[in-house]
Design a protein around this ligand. Structure first.
Ligand code: MN
Length: 153
């Protein structure tokens, strides 16, 4: 059997890292739709059909504002911040759960005081995220709480 199996055990390390898990800081230039975020793929198992990833934003960082056909299941593991889901902005903190349905706009923002880290469960097979057009962004910003969230610095 040549099928590569994941290690059966991987120890947690200091600072929300895990043994033999690559830490992938996202590259960013001036036009990047995200800020100060890293990704670690904790599990990728074809027999389960899903992947479990750990994302972390530095204080003040944020994930990409996006939507897609596939869903996400998220558990906040570290810190606090805010989550935009559709037309709603919610504060989130450690151990909160967020279900992100298909084709709903979403974005996470860390508080300015500390990093925000979350586990994200997702299908192995998934479509490419869509970014909002200017018209879609304008429509989102018609909701004052959403505009405040999106324009926060
Ligand atoms: Mn997403």
């Amino acid at each position: 059997m040549d099928i590569e199996q994941p290690p059966l055990f991987r120890s947690a390390q200091e600072g929300f890292r895990w043994d033999a898990v690559a830490h992938q800081p996202y590259k960013q230039d001036g036009s990047a739709p995200f800020k100060d975020i890293s990704r670690q793929v904790l599990f990728h198992q074809d027999d389960l059909g899903c992947e479990l990833r750990y994302f972390e934003m530095d204080a003040g960082g944020y994930s990409t504002l996006e939507r897609h056909e596939h869903a996400h299941a998220v558990m906040i593991l570290r810190g606090r911040g805010e989550c935009l889901l559709g037309a709603k902005v919610r504060p989130v903190r450690q151990f909160d759960l967020v279900s992100i349905p298909s084709m709903v706009w979403h974005q996470f923002r860390a508080s300015n005081g500390e990093p925000l880290g979350f586990l994200c469960m997702v299908n192995v097979l998934r479509d490419r995220p869509q970014l909002p057009t200017d018209a879609e962004l304008a429509e989102m910003k018609a909701v004052p709480a959403v505009a405040r969230f999106l324009e926060r610095r």
